[in-house]
Design a protein around this ligand. Structure first.
Ligand code: PMP
Length: 417
């Protein structure tokens, strides 16, 4: 992140922050929209929407390909995004940032890219609370290579069971890939502690920071991440844009997953050489409009201050935990200490199926997500097929959470015999 904001500037930026999000002005089913699905995707501030529009209106061109003014402007916007996206997470340099489609694409790229360094019987350590994006690419890799997948279990309190680490990390552990903030439990994992154990064993550390970045300060060095991935759309930026950030040397070691234009140095009919990283991972025309529209989201986060964003979400989680605890029988997953959680709460009502819950909440204008949230193994561990999840952002308020609780009471009445 760039320069710190003063407390006064931050306070001024917070005033009316929700007004900057046009979608929040609409109504749903004749109610004010209460958007509690930021963990799926954050709403976009007007500055992001207008930046994407003005990119197409003013400088639409392909990047790195032309020497005309529009192409130069497009390239500058694209490279500025790389720089800003890296600064947000303390990337060593802009060239350590690969621009991808999303966090999922970035994780696939890492698995494919490191495949040639892995042998049958090598071990990859994941956790029981991973999103499918950090499970399936490794499952596919294991099918191709015979690599063995292991998982750090979770405690009943929704924390990683670090007591199991010594038996899970051994001489054959080549890589540990884990989620920074769980998209279901909300748990903020002690990534640095896991990374230290992984590094002691000579393993690489990959961090899925999709739910942390944009919601709290994140520094890959402090986390001990060799690779960190995230998506722009979860931090108030546009869809179709994600990042793979790597420590020096790693991108050189990784093989590109896709071949084509932009990623080459020289091409002959029967062979080719790759461009230097990060370009060797960016085959074809990228989403330049999205790249042009991400920096305004970062400007907004910077003006609010990421420490203040974190405090805001922690207060909301504390309020949500307190409020949901007043609803008899409702099971809330994850740690009960708001300090250990990101800005989301998943819960289960034994009387109301999560899909019914989400449908009835929608009747009241409250947008939540119901299902397995791309974490089926975690739900199996929790003993439920689905949960309802409410997740918060910079525009969320305690009133939104009160509306959620009121909606849950309404759903309970609706289903009570
Ligand atoms: N990891 C986590 C923890 C997530 O919550 C998500 C998004 N639900 C992803 C990875 C994948 O992000 P994307 O869909 O933007 O690739």
């Amino acid at each position: 992140m760039r320069g710190k904001v003063t407390a006064e500037d931050s306070a001024a930026a917070w005033k009316g922050v929700a007004d900057r999000f046009p979608a929040l002005r609409r109504t749903v089913n004749a109610h004010r929209l209460v958007y509690l699905d930021t963990a799926a995707t954050a709403q976009k501030p007007d500055a992001v929407i207008s930046a994407e529009k003005s990119y197409y209106e003013e400088s639409n061109a392909n990047v790195h390909r032309g020497i005309h003014t529009l192409a130069e402007e497009a390239t500058a916007a694209y490279e500025n995004c790389r720089k800003r996206a890296g600064e947000l997470v303390g990337a060593p340099s802009p060239s350590s940032v690969v621009i991808t489609r999303n966090a999922t694409a970035a994780l696939n790229m890492v698995a494919r890219g490191l495949e040639h360094t892995l042998r049958e019987g090598d071990e990859i350590l994941l956790t029981e609370m991973e999103h499918h994006a950090n499970l399936v690419p490794w499952i596919m890799l294991a099918r191709r290579t015979g690599v063995v997948l292991k998982h750090i279990p979770i405690t009943d309190g929704g924390l990683l069971d670090l007591g199991k680490l010594p038996e899970l990390i051994g001489p054959r552990t080549r890589l540990v890939s884990l989620v920074h903030v769980s998209n279901v439990l909300g748990t903020i994992n002690p990534v640095a502690e896991v990374a230290e154990a992984a590094h002691r064993a000579g393993a690489l550390v990959v961090v899925d920071a999709a739910q942390g970045v944009g919601h709290m300060p994140v520094a890959m060095e402090e986390l001990g991440a060799d690779v960190l991935v995230y998506s722009a759309h979860k931090c108030y930026g546009p869809m179709g844009l994600g990042f793979l950030v790597a420590q020096p040397g790693l991108l050189e070691e990784m093989e590109p997953m896709e071949g084509g234009g932009e990623m080459i140095n020289e091409v002959f009919l029967d062979r080719a050489t790759w461009a230097e990283p990060p370009h060797k991972f960016e085959a074809g025309t990228p989403n330049v409009a999205a790249a042009a529209a991400f920096p305004p989201a970062l400007d907004l986060l910077e003006s609010l201050g990421l420490d203040a964003v974190r405090r805001h979400e922690e207060e909301l989680v504390a309020h949500a935990l307190q409020t949901l605890a007043t609803l008899d029988g409702l099971v809330v997953y994850g740690p009960h200490d708001p300090k250990l959680r990101g800005g989301l709460v998943a819960f289960h009502d034994p009387e109301v199926h999560p899909h019914d819950m989400a449908t009835l909440l929608d009747q009241a204008g409250v947008a939540v997500r119901a299902g397995h949230h791309c974490a089926q193994p975690l739900h199996r561990r929790l003993g439920v097929v689905a949960t309802t999840r409410a997740s918060f952002g910079i525009y969320s308020t305690k009133d939104d959470i009160d509306a959620l609780a009121e909606g849950i009471r309404f759903a309970r009445r609706y289903f009570s015999p």
